[in-house]
Design a protein around this ligand. Structure first.
Ligand SMILES: O=C(O)C1=C[C@@H](OP(=O)(O)O)[C@@H](O)[C@H](O)C1
Ligand SMILES: C=C(OP(=O)(O)O)C(=O)O
Length: 411
């Protein structure tokens, strides 16, 4: 489905309910498989959480997690320590290009039995679950924090827990802290001192309902919409002022783009500041890689420039996001350059109309570019990719009176 988006609505007023964080949900689904007496509320309705849940409750030999990076990484660790079970873990074409070697080698240090079915270092992988008693392991920390979270999540069920030494610069740190915080919520003891993380074993946890906070990465598209509208007041539920999700940094980042955030209970209200003085932005996004696309598109729409750094992990996500941004923003008339870990956009006032944005099987390409419809009509190709994290995205956008016309590839 290709969608032509346009709107003449410049005052955005609405209340939107976004479901739970997919990062928190996928962690908690795994923890629930380890500790069945916990229950979950406000879970994510994303495809990634659905495949995670199916993989955990199913009993197939071949487990296909499609595009879900967290599911691939978390389940690698889960099946590796699941004594007596053998599975082949695989995913979409793109998943077979996303590296897994760092995690496989760390698990092998602990005694896991994992082999590659095709290319060394990449899914699909064959895992023969083992009883693990070793507990000291080291791992390169600069490729993906998901490898680290994967080990930490299964650690409390290992006989001796885990003592994990992180080697090199640590990337996407808030996601590691989220994992530890969720373990702590279950009274599982952890420590994170300098570059060593320890998780202590815990056989049972108390019965508890874990309520997932709504997804901040999904909220980013509304920050962008508010920034690009003439006037706006959009409320989002259910959010916390102190969040486990690093992407809650949106509140501070979008202040620099004229968006005011206000909390009342668990309702977050975004309003557009009047007479705001815009300046080019300089941001380090190592802690918040998933909002880089949203931010650069907002900057283009506002006619300001930006220099974003700390982006090296973008190259191994759903697509090479740096390259995808360079190609699509150039089509819109932007002056953009990228390196292996940064992006620079020069301020421009003109945006090309009715450009067809390719989405590269990446939900965030579709959602990040959609708010630009407030400035120019825009076509989003393969718009259904949004279901990876936010299946209701287009319905929620309709509530803001966006006009959406299905376009066929040849029209
Ligand atoms: O642990 C998680 O839930 C995630 C960690 C991040 O990945 P990296 O650590 O690979 O940057 C992030 O981009 C991803 O969307 C979700
Ligand atoms: C990178 C993402 O997801 P994953 O790595 O879990 O596929 C994302 O949702 O932006």
């Amino acid at each position: 489905m290709n969608l032509l988006l346009q709107t003449s609505q410049h005052d955005l007023q609405e209340q939107i309910a976004i479901t739970g964080s997919k990062s928190e949900t996928n962690r908690l689904l795994l923890l629930q498989a380890l500790y069945p007496n916990i229950s979950l509320a406000n879970t994510s309705n994303s495809d990634d959480s659905e495949v995670m849940q199916k993989a955990l409750i199913g009993n197939e030999e071949i487990v296909d997690i499609h595009h879900a990076g967290t599911a691939m990484r978390f389940l690698t660790a889960y099946f590796a320590v699941n004594e007596g079970r053998e599975v082949v873990l695989t995913g979409s074409q793109r998943m077979t290009e996303r590296p897994i070697k760092v995690l496989v080698e760390a698990l092998q240090q602990l005694g896991a039995q994992i082999t590659y079915e095709k290319e060394e270092g990449y899914p699909p992988i064959r895992i023969k679950g083992q009883k693990i008693t070793a507990h000291k392991v080291s791992i390169p920390a600069n490729v993906s924090s998901q490898y680290i979270s994967a080990l930490l999540l299964v650690a409390p069920k290992l006989e001796n827990g885990i003592e994990l030494t992180l080697v090199g610069e640590i990337t996407s740190v808030p996601y590691i802290k989220m994992t530890l915080a969720l373990l702590n919520d279950l009274n599982i003891q952890t420590s994170f001192v300098e570059n060593v993380i320890t998780v202590y074993p815990k056989k049972e946890v108390e019965t508890k309902v874990m309520t997932v906070e709504s997804d901040w990465s999904s909220a980013s598209y509304f920050f962008s919409l508010v920034a690009l509208a003439k006037t706006a007041c959009i409320s989002l539920t259910s959010y916390k002022e102190t969040s486990l999700q690093g992407d809650s940094a949106l509140v501070e980042i979008y202040k620099e783009m004229g968006v005011t955030s206000h909390f009342e209970g668990n309702k977050l209200t975004l309003t557009k500041q009047r007479d705001f003085e815009y300046k080019d932005l300089n941001l380090e996004l190592n802690n918040t890689p998933d909002i880089a696309q949203t931010i650069v598109v907002t900057c283009l729409g506002l006619g300001i420039g930006c220099h974003l750094t700390g982006l090296h992990t973008l190259k191994i996500k759903e697509t090479d996001r740096l390259e995808a941004l360079r190609i699509e923003l150039t089509k819109l008339g932007a002056n953009i350059s990228v390196t292996n870990d940064s992006l620079t956009l020069i301020a421009t006032k003109n945006i090309n109309q009715e450009v067809r944005i390719d989405t590269y099987n990446d939900h965030r390409m579709a959602m990040a570019f959609a708010p630009l419809a407030l400035k120019v009509p825009i076509v989003i190709n393969n718009a259904d990719v949004v279901s990876k994290s936010y299946p209701d995205f287009w319905d929620d956008l309709k509530k803001l009176n966006f006009l959406m016309i299905q376009k066929w590839s040849f029209t």
